[in-house]
Design a protein around this ligand. Sequence first.
Ligand SMILES: Cc1cc2nc3c(=O)[nH]c(=O)nc-3n(C[C@H](O)[C@H](O)[C@H](O)COP(=O)(O)O)c2cc1C
Ligand code: SF4
Length: 372
Amino acid sequence: MSNLFERSSIKSLELENRAIRSATWSAVCDQKGYVTDRAIEFYGNLASGGIGLIVTGFQYVMANSVAMPFQMGNYRDDMTDGLGRFAKAVHSKGGKIMAQLAHAGSRANPDLFMEEGELWGPSAVPEPGTGRVPKEMTREEIIAAVAAFASAASRVKTAGFDGVQIHGAHGYGINQFLSGITNRRKDEYGGDISRRYRFLGEVLEAVRGAVGKDYPVFIKLSGSDNYEGGLVLEESLYVARRLEEDGIDCIEVSAGSRGVPSGLVPSMPNILKEEDEAYLAEMALSFKETVKVPIVTVGGIRSPNVVSRVLSGGFADYVALCRPLIREPHLINRWKNGDTEKSTCISCNGCFETGLSGLGVVCKLDLDLKEK
Ligand SMILES: Cc1cc2nc3c(=O)[nH]c(=O)nc-3n(C[C@H](O)[C@H](O)[C@H](O)COP(=O)(O)O)c2cc1C
Ligand code: SF4
């Protein structure tokens, strides 16, 4: 497991180990997305558990892009103070913190809009998970969304975060522009993958412009949507090459989308055997073989043995974990201190339910035990 505890750096970001907390909506903000004391306590606890880098849950960059209740917002300048207290709390516990920025596109939830707003998407086609039909974004709305990413990134830097991650995965806005199933545009933002990349390219350029060339800018990208007519691996590899040319610093490779008939969802259930772990490592390897920027693999990583195999086998440079750290926020320190039993997370996805119920994203098994 020694390679897990190898130090590294990506631009100004120095990492104590190769484990990243993958972005996780934690349902701990208020209804308008402002940081709360609960959010600060929740992330402070996580930061003291030994993880090399924490990526926040997706922060919505416009009021009409909130997708989940109690999601973290980053769409108004008066949110910067709360974000600053939040980043400071993580740093005070020895952690590193990166903000994930998202526009949910047609996966936004209009029931959660706190201001007037329309559901936007690249094209007026039903969102595969919810069936909702968005309004096709005009050129002006595209420009506004790109500018919103830049403003959010600028707030993140001012607030003292260690970097930003653009959310380009899981069927949300950027993924919708990349994917042929949701992007049927006839203008310069639609067509083949080089044209469908345009929106993401503009977002990256604007974010980079806002934070400067030395600030770490990562992306979480779907290697494949895994449904017919959607984004395929070959197209995603093309996107990775373009991102590299355009100055991305690191790519986290995920896949799938909720509500997709194929069954490949980002958070696959029932990862109970070692052979089912790291279910996207092969896909991450394709990215490693395509670009030179560091690659992160996420999805079903549960055992130190598997972490070792992934890192020493060259499948990825970093491993990212989500559900194991909901169940055990101090998992990495447990491993570091010599208890190398695998994560006790059983991948039941009950933590989505706790988040939706307003209790915050916590392990359902713990709640079930308390109720007994
Ligand atoms: C409760 C919950 C919230 C999540 N929120 C996000 C998010 O905000 N952004 C994101 O990119 N992925 C999100 N994911 C997906 C995870 O980051 C990760 O890609 C997926 O769960 C697979 O990793 P795991 O097997 O370690 O859980 C979420 C997953 C869960 C279970
Ligand atoms: S509810 Fe607990 S055991 Fe189930 S996936 Fe979430 S963290 Fe893992």
